[in-house]
Write a protein of this length. Structure first.
Ligand code: NAP
Ligand code: GDD
Length: 320
């Protein structure tokens, strides 16, 4: 049987790197779309670089994606590329809309033009629930985004649904709640905390400056979540799914566990800094993963505590 071939946009990101590993293990040919930059940023994929095919393209440029789809003819496309940092979306709302919102139309339309039979996954986000209208949040919970990022993701979600309904495309929107790992970008709160814990423990830093410690998130492990993305594209019919753990913890609790793991008290080191507050906050996210559990047979395997300690251990090793 011919090998399956998948295109991943955002392969240099946290999720892209784990998904590429996973698809390689499943026997796929993996094509990774990278954007041109003046320096190489392959830290997360250097260990698999000789096993994947990297091609140049950009979500801002539909023609680039038409060309690479024509040349490589994947059977599945995973659109993970985005301006993904919520805080930045407040200072760069137009750029975020172009990449994270309209970028989805560009790639979906490129798929439609080249081969509407290609299966498509869109990386949607629990940030779309924003000021939550129900607890927990499921596929039927109304959306109320609270950031330009959330608004852009909502556009991406609906254009995915719209292309599915208009052109009969197999297009899925995965509404993923926060997922973290040792490969998480340093600007996101979890990795910012675990990296600071390691540096403070090793005597390299003295404090950690954070914003709102009372925000609550449903945090899972990125490696668990890429399995759900793949499962969504292996079903008889395309559908949308919430992917989450069903548990929620505050940023404060994350700090407690992370500092506690190395024998420190977070209250001795965390300094509240207004700069890290957001113009509009998402106070609470907790997802109901029942549909993904039932239809996809998906369940997370790593607990919250295991995730926090795994990230602290990894940052201790990296900072030594
Ligand atoms: P990430 O680490 O920030 O990675 C984003 C990726 O997108 C990077 O590879 C980046 O390339 C690429 N990219 C950005 N702008 C691009 C453009 N114009 N053209 C092509 N590529 C571009 O994000 P992540 O955490 O892996 O998340 C993956 C996706 O899931 C994102 O769409 C994110 O919004 C969404 N999501 C994430 C979570 C989460 O908790 N992690 C939850 C829900 C949804 P460079 O390396 O060149 O910057
Ligand atoms: N980044 C950051 N830095 N966040 C802080 C800080 C800080 O110093 N202090 C408190 N927080 C709070 C934020 O206000 C927010 O409520 C929470 O920590 C989590 O922030 P992030 O880790 O930046 O993630 P996010 O929830 O805004 O967004 C992530 O999850 C979304 C899914 O819900 C990103 O991965 C998005 O791309 C993703 O869609």
């Amino acid at each position: 049987m011919a090998k399956k071939r998948a295109l991943i946009t955002g392969i240099t990101g946290q999720d892209g790197s784990y998904l590429a590993e996973y698809l390689l293990e499943q026997g796929y040919d993996v094509i990774g779309m990278i954007r041109r930059s003046s320096t190489v940023n392959f830290e997360r994929i250097h260990h698999i670089q000789d096993k994947v095919t990297l091609v140049a393209g950009d979500l801002l440029d539909e023609v680039s994606m038409i060309h690479l789809l024509r040349e490589h003819r994947p059977s599945e496309v995973y659109n993970l590329a985005a301006q993904s940092f919520v805080q930045t979306s407040f200072s760069q709302p137009v750029f975020t809309g172009e990449v994270t919102g309209l970028g989805v139309t560009r790639i979906l339309d490129a798929v439609r033009v080249v081969d509407p039979g290609i299966r498509f996954y869109q990386a949607s986000s629990s940030e779309m629930f924003g000021k939550v209208q129900a607890v927990p949040q499921s596929e039927t919970t109304p959306f109320y985004p609270r950031s330009p990022y959330g608004v852009a993701k909502l556009y991406g979600h609906w254009i995915t649904v719209n292309y599915r309904e208009s052109y009969d495309m197999y297009a899925c929107s995965g509404i993923l709640f926060n997922h973290e790992s040792p490969r998480r970008g340093l600007e996101f709160v979890t990795r910012k905390i675990t990296n600071a814990v390691a540096r403070i423990k090793l005597g390299k830093d003295k404090e950690l400056r954070l914003g709102n410690l009372d925000a609550k998130r449903d945090w899972g492990y990125a490696k668990d979540y890429v399995r759900a993305m793949h499962l969504m594209l292996q079903q008889d019919t395309a559908d949308d799914y919430v992917v989450s753990t069903g548990e929620t913890y505050s940023v404060r609790r994350f700090c407690e566990i992370a500092f506690g793991h190395v024998g420190l008290n977070y209250q001795d080191y965390v300094v509240i800094d207004e700069r890290f507050y957001r113009p509009a906050e998402v106070d609470l996210l907790v997802g109901d993963p029942a549909k993904a559990n039932k239809n996809l047979g998906w369940k997370p395997q790593v607990t919250f505590e295991q995730l926090v300690t795994m990230m602290v251990e990894s940052d201790l090793a990296a900072n030594k």
